[in-house]
Design a protein around this ligand. Structure first.
Ligand SMILES: O=C(O)CCC(=O)C(=O)O
Ligand SMILES: [Fe+2]
Length: 712
């Protein structure tokens, strides 16, 4: 950039037009204030007369400008920047802007873009530009001396509904006017950056620890950034960082602005929140889901609890939940609906919120596990129209927001998506799509200009929802400043199975572990502690929960096809079993893969921990995995034998003394018996040579154990 000297007495005034205080408007004003720019807003809270801006229109804007310039029509010491507001942010202070303007040596400078719109035929009339500069005029940004701008806009009348861009284009292409008023175009984005079709030209760059916008094509730092046309979403993404919004050094600098403090409120003064819970698909770990709903930390007297079910599967538990805890809430509702009523049921809850004068609607789908009971309070305190807590599927990149949108409106990965998902960057992010769980202000539901809709074209309800908010220019935010919880993957959940959660280790490992892995499992690796060793080289570990054992037994009994305990076993390749038990193999109940994963994740590590130096080269191999059932009427004991394994695990699924009498495992060589089996605890012992063993007689009741012969 040229080194120019700006006239000492030259001042800058920003004029903009906005009929409503949209989120984009507020963002614009904040950016103007941040840069200390004197700004005047025209047409605020008055009807917009410029037509529907999806096509041509906007002449109204120029008429408002003309009117506002009238008092300054003889002023040569005032530069005026005319700019749109909703999709614009200002990135520089007045001295920078005036310097850039002065450098043009023009009376008026107009912003540019790559497309010639709305009349393509005019393209050839434009002066040619070098170096692939932006050739065509964009009316969203104009700067000039007040006197000259006044002249420009009074050159020819324009109707409110006529197109402002066409009007300015015609004026500019008129060479007499252009020369007379010394109008130049900002072909190289010195002042103005219009993003449409130029998204690849710009980058953010860290300078002095904060981000600046850089046009790498022209090596400039534009002062006014305009998300024209469909580039609005890129603008939203940039404005998560600029001006001065987020930096690696200080993180989110504005996240604590305009927040609410709930901690000072008495319970009875808390905002009224409608908790709208949508049970819209069969989803594993529903008991835990309900538990977390119950645990939301908020005065229950200020919560309206509403369940809408769209699937049969969870209805019973919902009813039970409401019966048990419903009366603790200000009010509670249950709506049992069919999938057909999906969209209607969702809109119905909006009207419920409005009719109950709710301050907020907190929407939660049943894939959402709010592990953090403070989530609702934190979201309210952010004071946004709509905000979602960031939730992810554990160990996966899947989340409840999109960072960018593809051309056809579907998911696209934004440059910062992984950083946000992994909490490398934390803050509150303006994004084009949120789902699964969000907090909305009741006020946006009351006003049809801001009320979201679940019905748009033929889109799925969730896509429609975000699209409607984008079109209504309501910014959607995602907060990842805290860990709020996680998402369940319900894609493979098979409700025809008995205790189907047991089958979900691969898809929902996080929740599976919480429900089924013994809380003391991790203590097995505590270097301060020695593992229990009830007999020589027989180790004993807590590994699964009682709930696991219970559900496992139920799966087996529900299946019911116990082998007959004879030597003939058609399930084996050989058809022969030398030391048969009455049992059910994992393969028979569809749990073979789950069980191998279980061995890999939880058992191998224990083996390596106690039998030092023996490692498996990959997931452990185990051909025989089965549940044994002993009782006095069927098989009561098992004669002495070796197992066909390198090591064997033997998990007690129920309790001696309580569920059965007798039983246990006797290691003959050591004259050592383990009879005080503990539910969820696992014995691990070598399979061959040294650990000749027998299953002791069950004299009463039924004993269940889970056995695997592992050959790592
Ligand atoms: O009853 C027991 O604990 C031992 C079972 C056993 O050794 C086996 O199934 O191979
Ligand atoms: Fe055995």
């Amino acid at each position: 950039e040229k080194d120019v000297s700006v006239k000492n007495d030259l001042n800058l005034l920003v004029l903009t037009v906005a009929s409503e205080k949209t989120d984009g408007y507020k963002r614009f004003i904040e950016s103007a204030n941040l840069n200390g720019l004197k700004t005047k807003v025209l047409g605020l809270d008055k009807p917009w007369k410029g037509g529907n801006m999806k096509s041509v229109g906007g002449g109204y804007k120029l008429n408002l400008y003309l009117n506002a310039l009238e008092p300054y029509k003889n002023n040569d010491n005032l530069a005026v920047l005319l700019t749109d507001a909703y999709d614009v942010v200002l990135l520089a202070n007045s001295s920078t802007i005036l310097k850039k303007f002065t450098a043009f040596d023009a009376q008026i400078v107009i912003s540019t873009e790559r497309s010639c719109w709305p009349d393509k035929k005019l393209a050839d009339h434009y002066p040619t530009v070098e170096l692939d500069g932006y050739r065509f005029l964009n009316s969203g940004g104009v700067i000039g001396y007040a006197s000259q701008l006044y002249k420009l806009l009074s050159e020819k009348p324009i109707k409110d509904l006529d197109d402002d861009q066409l009007h300015l284009t015609n004026l500019f292409l008129n060479t007499d006017v252009r020369k007379k008023l010394n109008i130049k175009l900002d072909n190289y984005a010195s002042l103005f950056q219009n993003l449409y079709l130029s998204e690849d030209d710009v980058k953010m760059r860290l300078i002095n620890k904060s981000y600046v916008l850089e046009n790498t094509h022209f090596n400039s730092h534009p002062a006014i950034l305009h998300g024209n046309g469909i580039s609005k979403l890129s603008l939203n993404s940039y404005t998560n960082y600029i001006p001065n919004q987020w930096s690696p050094e200080s993180g989110c600098s504005k996240c604590k602005d305009n927040t609410i403090d709930l901690s000072m409120l008495k319970n009875e003064n808390y905002p009224i929140v409608l908790l709208s819970i949508f049970i819209d698909r069969a989803t594993p770990f529903f008991d835990e889901f309900l538990e977390k709903i119950k645990n939301i930390d908020y005065p229950k007297s200020r919560l309206l609890l509403s369940f809408t079910t769209l699937v049969e599967y969870h209805k019973e538990k919902v009813d039970k939940f409401i019966t048990e805890v419903g009366n603790q809430y200000n009010a509670s509702f249950v709506f049992h609906k069919t999938p057909k009523e999906n969209i209607h049921a969702r809109h119905f809850v909006f009207s419920l919120c409005t009719s109950k004068s709710c301050d907020y609607l907190f929407y939660i789908e049943n894939e959402v596990h709010l592990d953090n009971p403070q989530t609702l309070k934190i979201l309210i305190e952010n004071n946004k129209k709509i905000i979602a807590p960031m939730l992810t599927r554990p160990f996966k990149a899947w989340s409840n927001f999109w960072g960018a949108l593809s051309k056809d409106g579907f998911y696209a990965r934004s440059f910062d998506y992984m950083d946000i998902v992994n909490y490398n960057k934390t803050g509150i992010w303006n994004v084009p799509y949120i789902g699964s769980c969000y907090l909305m202000k009741g006020s946006i539901l009351e006003n049809k200009n801001t009320r979201p809709s679940y019905k748009e074209d033929n889109l799925d309800y969730d896509m429609a929802f975000s699209k409607s908010l984008r079109e209504k220019q309501v910014f959607m935010y995602i907060d990842n400043q805290y860990n709020f919880g996680h998402l369940i993957d319900s894609e493979t959940f098979d409700t025809t199975l008995k205790n189907p959660e047991v089958y979900q280790l691969l898809e929902n490992r996080y929740d599976w572990e919480l429900r089924y892995i013994h809380p003391d499992y991790i203590e097995n690796f505590n270097p301060e502690k020695k593992p229990a060793e009830p007999c020589p080289d027989v180790f004993w570990f807590p590994i699964v929960t009682e709930r696991f054992c219970q559900e496992f037994i139920e799966i087996m009994e529900n299946f019911g096809q116990w082998s007959d305990g004879t030597n003939n076993d058609p399930r084996l390749d050989t058809g022969y079993e030398a030391v048969p038990t009455r049992d059910i193999h994992m393969k028979q109940v569809g749990l073979h893969k789950v069980w191998l994963k279980f061995l890999e994740l939880f058992v191998s590590r224990l083996q390596e921990h106690v039998y030092l130096g023996y490692y498996s080269d990959g997931p452990p191999r185990s051909l025989m995995n089965f549940v044994v059932k002993y009782n006095p009427f069927g098989q009561a004991s098992l004669r002495p034998h070796h197992d066909s394994s390198t090591y064997t695990i033997n998990i007690a699924l129920n309790s001696p003394g309580k569920d059965y009498q007798g039983g246990g495992c006797h290691f003959l060589r050591y004259k050592c018996k383990v009879t005080e089996m503990k539910v969820g605890w696992m014995l691990m012992h070598p399979g061959r040579l040294t650990h000749y063993h027998e299953g002791l007689e069950v004299t009463n009741g039924t004993r269940y154990i889970m056995i695997s012969f592992v050959d790592p």
